[in-house]
Write a protein that binds this ligand. Structure first.
Ligand SMILES: Cc1cc2nc3c(=O)[nH]c(=O)nc-3n(C[C@H](O)[C@H](O)[C@H](O)COP(=O)(O)OP(=O)(O)OC[C@H]3O[C@@H](n4cnc5c(N)ncnc54)[C@H](O)[C@@H]3O)c2cc1C
Length: 364
């Protein structure tokens, strides 16, 4: 008889379960339903009282490891907490989000309890045996895997399953007390909302996996324009202004992020972490907007999981934009983005006026 454990953690603010955790709850609950198995949800967080309220209708036993030391991600404490929950539940299947917090500890946890692990899982089903659909080789090969080894850990890729939603209400939680491991990493604390708003304009601040839109910048932004000059500083300002106003995530072509090493003009806030494509990432967003971009990589591979795709290019013959984008604007991206930024600014000031907030106080 299988027994299902879903391991979850709180979000950055510490007030609710992370989105990926709630997706894992959906998968665990569906799997338990298909197998007629017992479902347990394990929570690692600072304070489980409010965090677990959303699980009132999950029909699951709830276990938690709580305390100040578990409020922030840290290898030693997260691994110890997950291990303690696994030992208390003795599950055969463990489902968990493939978040940066859990991805770095879960292989070790699986090893400690003599289990095996699958990463980049997108779906879990039952067809005689339990089957996990997962990606290999940077999401270019998909396989359906079954295993007899238990416990079997399944790390779910973000955005592949529905978020669990149910009645919010009082819940009963069994807290597990564990002896803290030796802590070599000191977490100085989460940023306050104010600090987050003034976070440095680096790639870490521009990659937003939960954003609705992926904005892709291509090498054209730093190439000579119709006046024979390069306008890299203006390009950077237009892009950052758009990201701030729209909350989009920033992707880049390889050519653009590589330029720094070749001594060409660069956009200083871009790094290889922003790169999409064959040797970059293949993020999942509802919409994509590629600008100044010609390459096959960003349009075909980097956009594989993007829903609605649009592109702005001065090259009306670009085969990749024509073949892969749903809408192509044959136009100068500098002009289009400047107009778009003005529209977004006007929209936000209308919103600010209608909500009765003094715009000058917002501007400051
Ligand atoms: C093994 C291998 C792996 C690779 N992996 C990746 C990868 O992971 N990701 C990736 O991106 N690439 C990758 N590449 C490179 C890829 O093949 C392309 O060379 C690259 O993506 C091209 O980048 P780009 O479109 O930004 O630049 P370009 O090809 O230089 O295109 C710039 C475009 O901008 C347009 N433009 C210029 N000014 C404006 C303006 N004002 N308004 C609108 N449009 C304008 C131009 O007309 C042009 O079409 C890889 C290549 C190899 C060989």
């Amino acid at each position: 008889m299988e027994s299902i454990l879903v391991l979850t953690h709180s979000d950055e603010a510490g007030t609710q379960l992370s989105k990926g955790s709630l997706e894992a709850v959906t998968v665990g609950r569906d799997l338990a339903g298909l197998l007629g198995a017992e479902l347990t949800v394990g929570i690692v967080c600072g304070n489980s009282k409010d965090v677990a309220l959303c699980l009132a209708s999950a029909k699951a036993r709830l276990l938690a490891v709580v305390g100040e030391a578990f409020a922030q991600p840290r290898y030693g404490t997260d691994a110890a907490a997950c291990e303690a929950i696994c030992r208390a539940v003795q599950p055969t299947i463990v489902v968990a989000p493939h978040s940066s917090r859990f991805a770095r500890v879960m292989a070790a946890v699986a090893h400690r309890v003599h289990g095996c692990i699958e990463t980049h899982v997108t779906a879990v089903g039952v067809n005689d045996k339990i089957e996990a659909t997962r990606w290999f080789y940077r999401q270019r090969m998909e396989a359906i895997v079954t295993r007899t080894a238990r416990p079997w850990f399944l790390l779910l890729d973000a955005g592949t399953n529905a978020v669990f939603t149910g009645e919010v209400g009082p819940v009963q939680i069994e807290e597990i007390a564990i002896e803290l491991p030796v802590l070599r990493t000191k977490v100085l604390g989460n940023c306050t909302p104010e600090q987050r708003e003034i976070s440095p304009e680096t790639s870490t601040g521009t990659i937003r996996p939960d954003a609705e839109l992926l904005f892709v910048a291509g090498a054209g932004w730093t190439k000579k324009q119709s006046d024979g000059k390069v306008h890299a500083a203006e390009a950077g300002e237009l892009i950052l202004q758009f990201l701030r106003a729209s909350g989009s995530s920033l992707g880049s072509s390889k050519s653009l992020v590589d330029q720094g090493s070749e001594g060409s003009p660069i956009l200083p806030f871009l790094t290889h972490l922003n790169q999409v494509g064959q040797t970059g990432s293949t993020p999942r967003h509802a919409k994509g907007l590629a600008t100044c971009c010609h390459g096959e990589e960003p349009h075909v591979v980097g956009w594989r999981f993007i829903g609605e795709r649009r592109a702005i290019s001065i090259d009306s013959n670009c085969g990749w934009t024509r073949g892969k984008a749903d809408v192509v604007y044959v136009a100068d991206a500098f002009q289009v983005m400047a107009c778009l930024n003005l529209l977004l600014e006007a929209q936000s000031s209308v919103h600010t006026r209608s909500s009765g907030i003094d715009p000058t106080s917002v501007a400051t």
